[in-house]
Design a protein around this ligand. Sequence first.
Ligand code: PHE
Length: 472
Amino acid sequence: MAAVREQFGSRLGFILAAAGSAVGIGNLVGFPVAAAKNGGAAFLVIYAFFVLCICLPVMMAELAMGRCSQKDPLNAYRQLSGRSKLWSIAGWLSLITPYMIAVFYMVITVWLFGYLWQVGIGNLDKLANPDYFAQFINSNSVFAYFLVVALLVNAILLGGVKNGIERAAKILMPTLLVMLMCLVVFVLTLDNAFAGVSFYLIPDFSKINAGVINGALSQAFFSLSLGMGIMMTYGSYMGRNEKVAESARFVAITDTGVAFFAGLLILPAIFSFNPSVNTAELSESSVGLIFTFLPKIFLALQLSIGYFGASLVAGLFFLLVFFAAITSLVSITEVPISSLMETKSYSRKKALLYLTLTMALLSVVCILSFGRIEWLTEFVGYAGKSKSFFDVVVDVFYETILPLNGFLVCIFVAVKWKKQNFDVELECGDPEYKGSLVERYVNFSLSSIIPLVLLLVFINTVALKYFAVNLL
Ligand code: PHE
């Protein structure tokens, strides 16, 4: 067993690391597209409501479970449930989920790095070619980019919690925020940018329906890195004198703020490129938008600021998303590392070595499933569509399982761990929490509305994704 559990060095360090985990491709690209398609500010209001009323209590529960047990998710469930076999299953789910998300998130991060590199060597024009992406993902250079990203993530994780994760977050997160602001200011100076701003900020409530509400909740849930074991793991590195509720609030505000400003970046950019854009045509997938749509927009900037200027803006954008992806990747890989260190008494180095090797193997299987190997490309079929190995990993572990994991956290707190123990943990370091309105709301909602809503979202997602049946 690890002698002394590692800890974040400061409260700011924890907040930046947790926000680093939460801020990812979901905020920077997924949120703006979802808002554009679903009523602009109307979507924003619903999203903010879910963050506040549903996601924040779940985040507090995950952090509290981690901090109280001082363990990784698997062992947190085991310890707090008095080694119940049944609850170990929930523990295993919160371990396998981040492991598999890390596998496919690695692949996307590698692509981001590849695009960043290509912009850096002056190839923005190539990236803007509609056929480029399909060639790129099957080119051998992907393996070289893979190596660089793997080395970078390993270097950060090898440094441990304080000297690795926290230090990287302290550099990457402020840089990310500055880059985001610079890009927003620049984009707002473009012609037609304000058409995008008004499209984004004028609410259109007629677009809101049950499907949109379901989507807003799923988006908020994964944007805050919930249901992935991350907040439990990071909670276990929190000092007992920290205020869990307040820290969770800061993380949620940062994450939602970044998503909001990303909307002010992406939508004006799209409208400036094509003022008569029909947002219904925007790709549903973040991946499609980042790798095929946006390079075209960046290249179009060459008319006003020249090729070098356009490449600079594109480079800044890819660096921004790359930084966001790296901090998320680090946080998600830390979950199985911490489990392996705890369960098998491995050193950080040994745990990292084992995980890097097995995850790399699975990531390579993903990379081979874009056409190189047929049976991986046509791995299975459901809801009338053929799915590659990569698609299946994304569908199961990113799109489906998170609300289920969140549901299990709520039920665990309410039924097994018990509210009194949960309260004691949240009051630790935060005496004002006791008897507060927040405490009453959190206690009530975690055992009633929140698990119910999460279960409904889970069931609807399963019906829709795998059986093409929309229950809403
Ligand atoms: N919150 C991240 C996002 O918005 C999700 C994520 C976290 C993905 C950690 C992978 C790892 O993209």
